[in-house]
Ligand binder design. Structure first.
Ligand code: FAD
Length: 399
């Protein structure tokens, strides 16, 4: 058996199949295996999530995801990692991490286990083409031709090409007759052409971002909003990015409405501002707003609310309503995403209606298997993408 790609899915599939007594050759184009695992979770590796369920995954064929996940929950993943000597601990919102809080420990233990089980690993080995004749797969690589009777493609997605992200697996699969669902960057930062955003670069607020497409409300996410030179980032933005990326590809006009103070209702904020007017009527408005907002944002808010007032005593009830509206509805149009280079994952991939869920085998080409992100399945932030990679790797059964 040959496996293309020593990432999360390929490593687990290699271990599981070698443990079952199969001869496994694992080919990796990078000089190091598991590069995405190494940088994941800011080097801590958010390895899984305790609360995996179908709502955290996205695909055009969710019944396939449901079938794969049946019997392959977090406990199964935890048992596997325990078996290789890795203890997991829980963080916020069910996020799981290696107890060492070091992603390198995950890769080193996987590598040790793979080698102990007899897996042969060839790094710096890039597969450039595949073919199948008379039940034998022929792989062209920069280290010569390799042949096998069973082939697993777990070469991931084009997300993060600097870490080995590649679309070569899609080319191999389509050559074998498989169809692809459109791919877009996800869990990615967003760009804006609006010039004001640059002036706020570096400002982070715990806010709420509402997405409007062609003027229609779509959805919203709460969490960090980080203004940057190119646009906006932060956890709430990453969580919205899948929807936006897909819509931008369909030429929708996407605009965010940012609530900079979600913990204050409109009424509560209005009352707070009215109270301040009564107490400190001579204070300049810019200074006065510093009591509730970051300095860099105040200028933008005053501009967007078109407030002409200079000090509190000039504020009337209407001006206050305008200010409150702007603080809770700061508009930011989105021109693009930061692309695959900055994305954690890709949407789309191999059409899963052409793959068997019980063992990951192609329905079109016998003895050809797929696992991990190359399939048309992506997950939410929080460990769900690794969950998909681990469990599809475990599901691969080449018998
Ligand atoms: C910065 C970053 C942080 C992330 N953090 C998290 C996190 O904390 N939690 C989480 O759940 N998910 C996280 N992810 C997503 C997660 O890393 C991926 O979903 C997961 O690695 C996918 O596993 P995979 O095995 O399918 O693909 P990969 O891990 O990408 O492995 C594919 C391997 O195939 C190799 N390859 C590709 N083409 C060829 C070829 N032609 N020949 C030979 N080898 C080839 C690649 O070099 C790569 O090593 C993160 C991703 C990034 C980029």
């Amino acid at each position: 058996m040959i496996i293309i790609g020593a990432g999360a899915a390929g490593l687990v599939a290699a271990i599981v199949n070698a443990r079952a007594g199969r001869q496994v050759l694992l080919l990796e184009q990078n000089s190091r295996i598991g590069k995405k695992i190494l940088v994941s979770g800011n080097g801590k590796c958010n390895i899984d999530n305790k609360y995996t369920n179908i709502t955290r995954f996205h695909s055009q064929n969710l019944s396939f995801v449901e079938e794969v996940l049946k019997g392959y929950n977090f406990q199964v993943v935890e048992k596997f990692f325990t078996s290789i000597g890795l203890t997991l601990i829980e963080g916020k919102e069910g996020k799981m991490f290696p107890m060492s809080l070091q992603a390198s420990s995950v890769v080193e233990l996987l590598e040790y286990e793979a080698k102990s089980a007899g897996v042969e690993i060839h790094s710096d080995c890039k597969v450039t083409g595949i073919d199948k004749k008379n039940d034998i797969f022929r792989l062209e690589t920069n280290q010569g031709t390799k042949t096998c009777d069973k082939l697993l493609i777990s070469s991931g997605s084009p997300a993060a090409p600097q870490l080995g992200g590649s679309d070569s697996g899609y080319a191999f699969a389509t050559k074998m007759g498989h169809s692809l669902i459109p791919r877009h960057p996800s869990l990615v930062q967003l760009c804006s052409d609006e010039t004001w955003v640059k002036a706020c670069a570096g400002v982070k607020v715990a806010g709420l971002a509402k997405l409007y497409a062609n003027g229609e409300y779509i959805t919203e996410k709460k969490g960090d909003l980080l203004f940057t030179n190119y646009g906006i980032s932060g956890l709430a933005i990453l969580d919205l990015s899948r929807e936006i990326s897909t819509r931008l590809a369909g030429f929708d006009y996407c605009e965010l409405s940012l609530d900079l103070l979600p913990e204050f209702s409109k009424e509560k904020l209005t009352n707070l501002l009215l109270e301040r007017i009564n107490n400190e009527s001579e204070k300049p408005i810019g200074l006065w707003l510093q009591g509730v907002l970051n300095k860099k944002l105040i200028h933008i808010i005053l501009e967007q609310s078109r407030s002409k007032v200079k000090k509190e005593s000039d504020l009337n009830r209407k001006e206050i309503n305008k200010l409150v509206h702007s603080i809770k509805n700061l508009k930011l149009s989105i021109s693009n995403t930061k692309g695959f280079k900055s994305a954690e994952v890709s949407t789309g991939g191999i059409d899963t209606t052409e793959v068997h869920a019980h063992n990951m085998e192609s329905k079109l080409v016998p003895d050809l298997f797929f696992a991990g992100e190359i399939l048309d399945v992506d997950g939410d932030r929080g460990g769900f993408n690794f969950h998909w990679a681990w469990v599809t790797g475990m599901r691969v059964n080449v018998e």
